[in-house]
Design a binder for this molecule. Structure first.
Ligand code: DAH
Length: 347
């Protein structure tokens, strides 16, 4: 009767040493040992010919054959699939077509406002300015009062303000100037910051104006800061940004500076584009500036007898429009990929 025992033991060895090398060979293994007509099944029937005292041992042995086949199949399957994923599988087991062309990668691009902002920020950083930030939802004090524009001040009408629903206190900042107040109340001079960011005004949206746009604020407060320092700083900026130091400062008015000025950069009018952009004057207005009003310093807890400062604020959209020859400000905010894609090569 040991014959049948030997047969089953040999079968177990055979199963253990099987090494199918392809999907097809693995399937043959499965059919042979685990399929509905597998060769282990009939061995269970043989138990009737085994003497009673050996029945238990025999049953265990056939069970072992079955378990071995199951385990072996699982192992083989896993290792063949693993090898296929590694690209090491025998050729006929590969699930991947390595000759198929890859999917093209969609390249994103920076928004032209972001590249313009980065350029401006870089110029001032090289002069030792650091970047400061403030919230877009601002309170009345930082946006107006601290900036020397109290409740009844006519200059509040210069900027049509979006107030938060049911609030006379919270608003969408109308300019980046409140970052001046936030910085001066938090830190002592010397202060030398720029504050890039988004601002909001209740204005009719057209090709030339929008209810949201971007500004860069600048502030320099220290002992002995003069108007000449401001002029030199802004000239350097014009040189770096527009390739010319030719600027002009026109007297102007802002509640937070005294004296105040507006700065134009010479862009010439030798082509139609510059002619149109400068309204036939050759000058492009890019920023407001001035010496920080002593009242603003005092509002923010800075001794105006000891310190002076200059500040400026510039719009970004108009500069970006000139830089990239864009004629409609609305394009910046529509996020149409056909527009944005054109700036893929711009860093
Ligand atoms: N906040 C002004 C505006 O939005 C721009 C401005 C003018 C900022 C003069 C300044 C400044 O810091 O000194 O129109």
């Amino acid at each position: 009767m040991s014959e049948i025992f030997t047969k089953v033991k040999q079968l177990i060895e055979e199963i253990e040493s099987a090494s199918p090398n392809s999907k097809e060979e693995l399937e043959q293994f499965r059919i042979q040992y685990l399929g509905s007509k597998n060769i282990i099944k009939p061995l269970f029937g043989e138990i009737k010919n085994v003497p009673n005292e050996q029945k238990k041992e025999y049953g265990q042995l056939v069970n072992k054959a079955k378990e071995t086949a199951e385990r072996k199949f699982a192992e083989l399957q896993e290792s063949l699939e693993g090898a296929a994923a590694d690209g090491n599988a025998p050729d006929n087991y590969r699930d991947f077509d390595l000759t198929r062309p890859g999917e093209p990668l969609e390249l994103g691009s920076r928004h032209p406002i972001a590249t313009t902002l980065n350029r401006i920020t870089g110029i001032f950083q090289r002069m030792g300015f650091t970047v400061a930030e403030g919230p877009e939802i601002e309170d009345d004090w930082h946006n107006f009062t601290a900036m020397n524009t109290p409740e009844d001040h006519p200059a509040r009408d210069m900027q049509d303000t979006f107030y938060l629903l049911n609030s006379t206190e919270m608003l969408l900042r109308t300019h980046t100037s409140p970052v001046q107040a936030r910085t001066m109340t938090a830190q002592k001079p010397p202060i030398r910051i720029i504050a890039p960011g988004r601002v909001y005004r209740n204005e009719t949206i057209s090709a030339r104006s929008h209810a949201q746009f971007h500004q860069v604020e600048g502030l320099y407060v220290d002992e002995g800061v003069s108007f000449a320092d401001m002029k030199q700083t802004l000239m350097y900026f014009a040189q770096e940004m527009f390739g010319t130091p030719k600027i002009r400062l026109r007297p102007s008015y802002f509640p937070f500076t005294e004296p105040s000025a507006e700065m134009d950069v010479w862009i010439g009018m030798d082509n139609e584009k510059n002619y149109r952009l400068s309204k036939g004057t050759g000058w492009l207005e890019i920023l407001g500036c001035g010496m920080v009003d002593p009242a603003v310093l005092e509002n923010c807890g800075i001794d105006s007898q000891k310190y002076t400062g200059f500040a400026f604020g510039m719009g970004i959209e108009r500069q970006a429009m000139r830089l990239y020859d864009i004629h409609d400000i609305r394009l910046f905010f529509e996020n149409d990929v056909r527009f944005l894609k054109q700036f893929a090569a711009v860093i």
